[in-house]
Design a protein. Sequence first.
Length: 145
Amino acid sequence: MELMDNEKILSTYTKNLTLTTHRIRYEVNRGGKRTILGFMLEELDSCGIRYSNNPFLLLLAGISFLIGFFISILTNSLGVIAITLIIVGVFVIGYFLSRHVDLMLESGRSTIKVSLEGDSIGSALKFVHLMETAKNDRYLSLKNR
C-alpha cells in the first residue's frame, strides 16, 4: 500500500486490514483472486463486532426431540430413541458450527467483513476503538482547515 502525503499507518489487523491516519484498506488473496477494498475515514459509517448464529437449528433439535420422544413412547422402541438422539445431536453440532464473530466496517454500500476466528475479541475491540479515535481525529483535522 502506497501512503499519501502526511499519512501514517496506525495499526494493522490480521495482516489484511490496515488503518492509517486517512483511510482503511483491506487486501486479501483468495483462490488466486486479489480483493482490495478501502475507504477514507470520513466515509466510515459504522464499525463494530457482529455475533451471528443459526438458532433455527436449535429449534429443529427441540422439535426432533419431541417427535422422537412421542414416537418412542408409542412404539416402545429403543432404536427410535437412538435415531432421535443422533438427529438432535447433528442439529446441535450444526448450531455450534454456525456461530461466528466478524469485525464489520461499513461505508455506504461497501462492507469490509473480517472473520475473527481464532482471534481474541479483546484485540478486535481495541482495533474498533482505534478506528473510532482515528475517525474522530480525521474529522477534527478536516474541520479545522
